[in-house]
Design a protein around this ligand. Structure first.
Ligand code: SF4
Ligand code: FES
Length: 234
């Protein structure tokens, strides 16, 4: 009989959580700190960090809010991979876990990173819908189902910045706007994307920024071509 022993399933497992800490007032470079945490299998890494914060070390800093993969604030490197900590379950992880701040973004404190790269990028590309004309008086802006279907996947972005931590261009090029912002851009900046595709791999919301950027390159190329063919474009 394969029935799971409920006592075993519910009994905590001791997991060693190594956290890369940075407290600017007391250390000039980040240092590792280990915590032994009794974890239930249905816990997430965020639950384990909350246990550390509540019971072992109240000085640990990290962001979170919703605990349900909606707010986008709990991103961190977990065993080297950009991950939402509220979506990383203990049952899928080994007895030793390394937790670091998201890569490619400046660290403010412990697991708290700077968000200006994404915020500035979104502002630069005007990541909101801008209608070509005002709606008729007393009417509202309308979208066709086809227009909505095109925009909807991009609207699922929760600004978690996992794609920034996975992108080699973000690491190499300070001026690069980044995958989430470029997925909503019209043209500028998309050609710097080298289509490694890691951004889409790590995205927890299946936004597929790499695909959106490649489609933009294609649309931009077709427009360029049309402008050079007599009668092909205005
Ligand atoms: S595109 Fe995906 S990975 Fe990037 S910020 Fe949006 S939700 Fe996060
Ligand atoms: S806590 Fe909101 S996405 Fe993880």
């Amino acid at each position: 009989m394969n029935a799971m022993n409920p006592d075993k399933a519910n009994s905590p497992r001791i997991v060693t959580i190594d956290v890369l800490r940075y407290r600017p007032e007391q250390e000039s470079t980040p240092t590792w700190q280990s915590y032994e945490v009794p974890c239930c299998e249905e816990w997430t890494v965020l639950d384990a960090l909350n246990h550390i914060k509540d019971h072992l070390d109240g000085s640990l800093s990290y962001r979170w809010s919703c605990h349900m993969a909606v707010c986008g604030s709990c991103g961190m490197m977990i065993n080297g991979n950009p991950t939402l900590s509220c979506k990383a379950f203990m049952r899928d992880l080994p007895d030793q876990i390394k937790v670091e701040p998201l890569a490619n973004l400046g660290v403010i404190r412990d697991l708290v990173v700077q968000q200006n790269r994404l915020v500035d990028g979104m502002a630069a590309v005007k990541s909101w819908l801008i209608p070509r004309e005002l709606p008729p008086r007393d009417d509202q802006y309308r979208q066709t189902p086809a227009q909505l279907a095109k925009y909807r996947p991009l609207s699922m972005c929760i600004n978690c910045m996992l794609c920034y931590a996975a992108c080699p261009q973000v690491a190499l090029n300070e001026g690069y706007l980044g995958p989430a912002a470029l997925a909503l851009a019209q043209d500028d900046g998309v050609w710097e994307c080298t289509f490694i595709g890691e951004c889409s791999e790590v995205c927890p919301k299946h936004v597929d920024p790499a695909g959106a950027i490649q489609q933009m390159k294609l649309a931009s190329s077709l427009q360029w071509l049309a402008r050079r063919i007599p009668g092909g474009g205005s």
